[in-house]
Design a protein around this ligand. Sequence first.
Ligand code: SF4
Ligand code: SF4
Length: 179
Amino acid sequence: MTEEKVVKSSELDHHFRYEISEKVGAKTLLKCIQCGVCSSGCTVSEFIDLQPHRVVASLLLGLKDVVLSSNAIWTCSLCHRCTERCPKNVDYSFILALLRNMAVEEGNAPKEYTVTVNTLYDSGFVVPYTGRMKETIDRRRERLELPQIVPPNMDDIRFIIEKTNLGDLIKNKNNEEEE
Ligand code: SF4
Ligand code: SF4
């Protein structure tokens, strides 16, 4: 559960709901009636610190920091059930994807994501394919009569990472290391 804390009105971002709504268009969160249907069907509800309808309420209230630092935006499996069931057509799963991008821009991405993206950037693989790990993988593939792993094209991988928001994760990690 999220620790309860008092938020002063001066800490609220009243423009945040409009910033998100402009990007979501017709499926805006401004139509939310707080019915809770999104939360009742959420496939990861037992693992998140803020239920979907509470995330929407927090966004409407301007609790930007609370939302961007919650695990709810990262634990979502993007199954889209909330969006499909919403009686007011709020595109909650798309809103979550936006929130993830915003959290990354603010340096708020979980370490697991940063580490994975950096491993990918450094080696072209999402798990380290070196040393003992490489030997084990190669041995198993041979036993299963699978072809050898083709080395990834690092130029392509780095180009994609640098040209997308994933590049911000790299920058954030580099900044952490310099501090
Ligand atoms: S289902 Fe839709 S209207 Fe109901 S609380 Fe969730 S976002 Fe709001
Ligand atoms: S898209 Fe995310 S928030 Fe919506 S129901 Fe699925 S897991 Fe829950």
